[in-house]
Design a protein around this ligand. Sequence first.
Ligand code: NAP
Length: 376
Amino acid sequence: MPSHNLPSTQTALVQTTYAQALEIKTIPTPEPLPGTAVVKILSAPVLSYAKQVYDGTRKYPYPTPFTPGTSAIGRIAALGSDSTALQIGQLVYVDCVMRSRDNPGDIFLLGLHQGASAGSKKLMTEIWRDGTWAEYCRVPLESVLPLNEARLMGELGYRVADLATIGQFLVVYGGLRDIGIQAGETVVVAPATGGFGGAAVVVALAMGASVIAMGRSETALAKLAGRFEGRVKTVQMTGDVAKDAEELKRASGGSINAVFDIPPPMAAKSTHLKSCIMAVNHGGRVSLMGGIYDDVPIPYQLVVHKDLSLKGKWMYGRNDMEIVIKMVESTVLKIGQLGGVKIVGDYTFEDWEEALNTADKYAGWGSSVAMRPSKK
Ligand SMILES: NC(=O)c1ccc[n+]([C@@H]2O[C@H](COP(=O)([O-])OP(=O)(O)OC[C@H]3O[C@@H](n4cnc5c(N)ncnc54)[C@H](OP(=O)(O)O)[C@@H]3O)[C@@H](O)[C@H]2O)c1
């Protein structure tokens, strides 16, 4: 007799062939093996560029057939026999950043990207193939973080789709913390008008920094800055490297401590990074988190003469997640609707195509799309 009440089968979205349409299928419900939890999925966010990933445009590597879907909010449905703290029914955040236990450098993103090493590819292909766009998802125990339901959903009034937006904030906290952002410092976020860019503005402010938001569209920048009552200055990217650098210095009032860079692949030829490197202080720190695949030229001599630190960062660590969850519980960081991110669509998995189209249409800061199983 199994020690749990999981149904033998479940409904899940499946992509059978790479870049082809997803399908709703009935598949076996995963068993709670030692070292794992099976989570009943309540809400899973849809990345603004999910359509470009799953239709093959972005050429993200992943094995098929598989169930897509990254981080999610859910409830513990079953636990491996070696779990000592999590409780059945507990509200949890399911994290998509998966690491090898015997080589944490082998890292991949559940339901999205198999990572860059032979080890990460092996883990996603052979063990952790299926993501969260399903009724139930099995993940390692360490990928599950308890949420204080009474505080978050009771006292603070978050809905599960709002809580599901926490992933955006976690990603950028990973990079901002990595370059040691401190209260009182000034950080340039570029570009700042995207989903992750806007989240970086919010998190940097919550960490006590002042922010200069950079972007191509004056209108989008004004809309973003308007939400923060004068705490965010803006600089438009004009493509004139020297002029943009001067504008950054002027906006900062003379001191820029750090730069947070999060461009999409299409921005490979953008000159904003060079302008930022020209404007940042001696000893400045630059976090590179963008999705750029091409080589990007950097002003080598300036990096040398200004003692700059350039740090790449993919995602975040477990401790970063614990801190961000505390920041949300304490209200120093507001996410979802409370933080100005409107849930513009909340679809069941059957309506996946509309969900991905809506997420694509509303890409940019301030909107989010969620998906959920049709059965409660
Ligand atoms: N390192 C990590 O762990 C990590 C994690 C998640 C995501 N990412 C990367 O972060 C990227 C950005 O995410 P997002 O959610 O902010 O994307 P998004 O919502 O699609 O926004 C894209 C942003 O890039 C700007 N942009 C687009 N084309 C540009 C160009 N040619 N030159 C300059 N700016 C341009 C947009 O500005 P406009 O308003 O002017 O269009 C907007 O600010 C993703 O594509 C992904 O690859 C990295």
